[in-house]
Design a binder for this molecule. Structure first.
Ligand SMILES: Cc1cc2nc3c(=O)[nH]c(=O)nc-3n(C[C@H](O)[C@H](O)[C@H](O)COP(=O)(O)O)c2cc1C
Length: 161
C-alpha cells in the first residue's frame, strides 16, 4: 500500500516521529509548512496558537509537493493544540485534497489529548475510510521513545486493510 505520512509540527517533535514512522514502514514523508508561522519559543506560542484554534483559522500553507492522488494511505500527524488538531490540519482538510483514501492519524501532546482524534475524524471528508488514530505523550524526554509503537501500529493497520 503506497503510503504518505503528512505532518504538521511547530517544534519538531511530530516531525521527528513522523519521519521515523515513514522510514519504518517504507513510506514517503512530507511536512506541512505554514507560510506565516507563529514563534515556536516562549509562552506567546500558546496564546497565538490557541487563538488560531479558537477562531477556527486556516493558516496558509506552502504547496504540498507530494501528489496525494498517487497514495492509497495517508497518515496525518499533528501536535495537539488546545485539545484538538493544529490549525494547519484544518487548512489541509479544507483544501479537499484527501478524498477516497484510507486515512490514519496520530498526534503528540503533553498529557491533554482532548478530543483531537474524534475531531479529526469528524472533519475528514466522508469519501475517505478512517482506519485508526493514536495519541502519543511528549514528556519532553525523547519523542523517539514511541518509534517502535507507532511503527507497529501502522504496520498493523496496513496488514489489516
Ligand atoms: C499552541 C499550543 C497549544 C497546545 N495545547 C496542548 C493541549 O491542549 N494539550 C496538550 O497535551 N499539549 C498541548 N500542547 C503541547 C504540544 O501538543 C506538544 O508539545 C507537541 O508534542 C508539540 O509537537 P511539535 O513539536 O510537533 O510542535 C500545545 C502546544 C502549543 C504550541
Amino acid at each position: 500500500m503506497k503510503t504518505l505520512v503528512l505532518c504538521y509540527s511547530l517544534e519538531g517533535n511530530t516531525k521527528v516521529l513522523g519521519e521515523a514512522l515513514a522510514q519504518g514502514i517504507d513510506a514517503e514523508f512530507e511536512r506541512l509548512i505554514v507560510k506565516k508561522e507563529i514563534k515556536s519559543k516562549g509562552f506567546g506560542k500558546f496564546i497565538w496558537g490557541g487563538r488560531q484554534v479558537f477562531m477556527g483559522k486556516t493558516p496558509e500553507i506552502e504547496e504540498i509537493k507530494a501528489d496525494i492522488d498517487e497514495y492509497d494511505l495517508i497518515i496525518v500527524g499533528t501536535p495537539v493544540w488546545a485539545f484538538t488538531y493544529a490549525p494547519a490540519i484544518r487548512t489541509l482538510l479544507s483544501l479537499g485534497l484527501i478524498n477516497n483514501k484510507k486515512v490514519a492519524f496520530f498526534c503528540t501532546h503533553e498529557g491533554g489529548p482532548g478530543k483531537t482524534i474524534k475531531n479529526f475524524v469528524s472533519s475528514l471528508d466522508e469519501s475517505n475510510k478512517f482506519l485508526s488514530g493514536i495519541d502519543l505523550l511528549n514528556d519532553k524526554k525523547d519523542i523517539l521513545q514511541h518509534r517502535e509503537r507507532i511503527i507497529e501500529w501502522a504496520k498493523g493497520l496496513i496488514s489489516e486493510s
